[in-house]
Write a protein that binds this ligand. Structure first.
Ligand code: NAP
Length: 272
């Protein structure tokens, strides 16, 4: 089985390590490669997928939207989000799916979430909204640095998922006291933003869950502060592993062990 990740630039992606480990541990003969493909080469890449024995691909920036019209079909969920992150074959047709939603929801299964605040209104926030809609969370707030983008996404959430989403001013976000806080901004990412956080310890309330989509570093400033304030935390690797597990299932029909996968990637990020 031949699979890989297509994007540009690809940088140091964790996907090859994770999927090659998964294929091996599931006893599926195959390999997963990195395919850096520039936007102007995407059509040729899709022709290659159709003509070579490629079982599937992860799709990342900047191709998640551009690839959609090149496929035979796109799932309803991916079509509502407006982005595809997975290609797979089904009955001879090349399908597009978005597994970010399944990835986001995976660590929240079994919890009764009543209210959530989403920090940020970009591509990842759309998958988070879709996930919260699927979980039936009906008290959702959205705060974004650019208020107009928050307003647009809230209007879209009403139209696409039938959700009423309240927007909060970025400057006043600390007035919100949701059960679940989700960081979908890049604040806290390794590099110059590492010491930044969209939420501070003194704004945390008892019983809150802090969920960061950033996974490098694993313990972000946001999660460290939330933990120090007594909140439960969920790191971004949980979503990353969850979305990859769903991809693996679409390609192999088998379930990867997500706890072991999380450990493998956490060790890699720690440089062990
Ligand atoms: P995006 O589309 O570029 O959106 C970024 C959002 O963050 C925008 O709403 C932007 O606000 C806001 N933002 C950027 N810089 C900011 C700052 N300095 N202060 C406050 N807000 C700021 O990015 P994305 O695709 O949604 O990805 C966002 C993050 O999620 C990235 O770190 C990505 O790695 C992570 N992610 C993780 C997973 C996972 O599996 N764990 C999956 C997807 C994404 P404006 O509208 O004002 O520009």
């Amino acid at each position: 089985m031949l699979c890989g990740v297509v994007g540009y630039p690809l940088g140091h992606s964790l996907s090859p390590l994770l999927h090659n480990w998964a294929l091996q541990s599931l006893g599926a003969a195959g390999a997963y490669f990195s395919w850096p493909v520039e936007p102007k080469e995407l059509t040729a890449f899709i022709t290659a997928v159709r003509t070579l024995p490629i079982a599937g691909a992860s799709v990342t920036i900047p191709h998640k939207e551009a690839v959609m019209p090149m496929l035979d079909a796109v799932s309803e969920s991916a079509s509502r989000i407006g982005a595809v992150n997975t290609l797979y074959w089904n009955k001879g047709k090349l399908f597009g799916e978005n597994t970010d939603v399944a990835g986001f929801v995976a660590p929240l299964q079994g919890r009764d979430i009543e209210s959530a605040l989403i920090l940020g209104a970009g591509g990842a926030a759309r998958a988070v909204l879709a996930g919260l809609a699927g979980l039936g969370v009906n008290n959702v707030q959205l705060a974004n640095r650019s208020a107009s983008k928050a307003g647009q996404l809230a209007a879209e959430a009403q139209h696409v998922w039938g959700m009423t989403v309240q927007t909060a001013c970025w400057e006043d976000r600390k007035e919100c006291s949701p059960q679940l806080l989700v960081n979908t901004t890049p604040l806290g990412m390794r590099g110059e933003r590492e010491r930044e956080t969209p939420w501070q310890a003194e704004w945390c309330c008892k019983g809150q869950i802090a969920y960061d989509l950033v996974y490098n570093p694993l313990q972000t400033q946001f999660l460290a502060e939330a933990e120090s304030a007594g909140c439960e935390t969920i790191d971004g690797l949980a979503m990353f592993v969850g979305q990859a597990a769903k991809q693996c299932e679409l390609w192999t029909g088998k379930q990867m062990d997500q706890a072991v996968a999380h450990e493998l990637l956490a060790r890699e990020l720690a440089g062990c």
